[in-house]
Write a protein that binds this ligand. Structure first.
Ligand code: ZN
Length: 185
């Protein structure tokens, strides 16, 4: 089932996600709905907060973004990221590389807004999957960016928090309008 995507201005986007201690049917349905919602909106990632639930759960799929390559390693071996999509990450923990790179980001909760955001070039991820198994991988390229963007959502952090102050100032009008619309009945 496609769920409504929460737009900037809704306080749930600022809520820190609750750790998931058990994965039940409700969570499985939520994860399936989040994937469906993300695909329908042509996104590469969606966090639980973006469908109105503050939980440590996010879904990612970078396989349709051919122009923005991703790299992925499992147990130190490089793998084809497309063969491991979609990713459903529960209670993720990130270890960021010191090297940063700047790249363009958008967010389904901020329609028509993009900005250049610095992110760690490489990231090590530990999380649980929907079966409760511990998963661990390293990512670079778009996948590394998507994981960091979504993990931020799980902690109530939004990409506007990581924009330069000049970029944020130039978007101030648009952000104000978005927030006003999301509060309208
Ligand atoms: Zn986002």
């Amino acid at each position: 089932m496609i769920r409504e995507i929460v737009i900037y201005g809704d306080p749930v986007l600022r809520a820190k996600g609750k750790r998931l201690e058990k994965i039940d049917d409700e969570i499985r349905v939520l994860a399936a709905d989040m994937l469906e919602t993300m695909y329908e909106a042509n996104g590469v990632g969606l966090a639980a907060q973006q469908v109105g639930t503050a939980l440590q759960l996010t879904v990612i799929d970078v396989s349709n973004a051919e122009s923005r390559p991703s790299r992925m390693w499992l147990g130190g071996e490089e793998v084809d990221p497309n063969e491991h999509m979609p990713l459903i990450l529960i209670n993720p923990e990130l270890q960021l590389d010191h090297e940063q790179e700047i790249g363009t980001e958008g967010c389904l909760s901020f329609p028509e807004i993009t900005a250049e955001i610095p992110r760690a070039a490489k990231v090590k991820v530990k999380a649980q999957d929907l079966e409760g198994n511990q998963i661990e991988f390293e990512a670079a390229g778009l996948l590394a960016r998507a994981v960091q963007h979504e993990n931020d959502h799980l902690n109530g952090i939004l990409f506007i928090d990581r924009m330069s102050s000049a970029a944020k100032a130039s978007l101030a009008g648009k952000l104000k309008r978005l927030a006003a619309e999301s509060k309208a009945p």
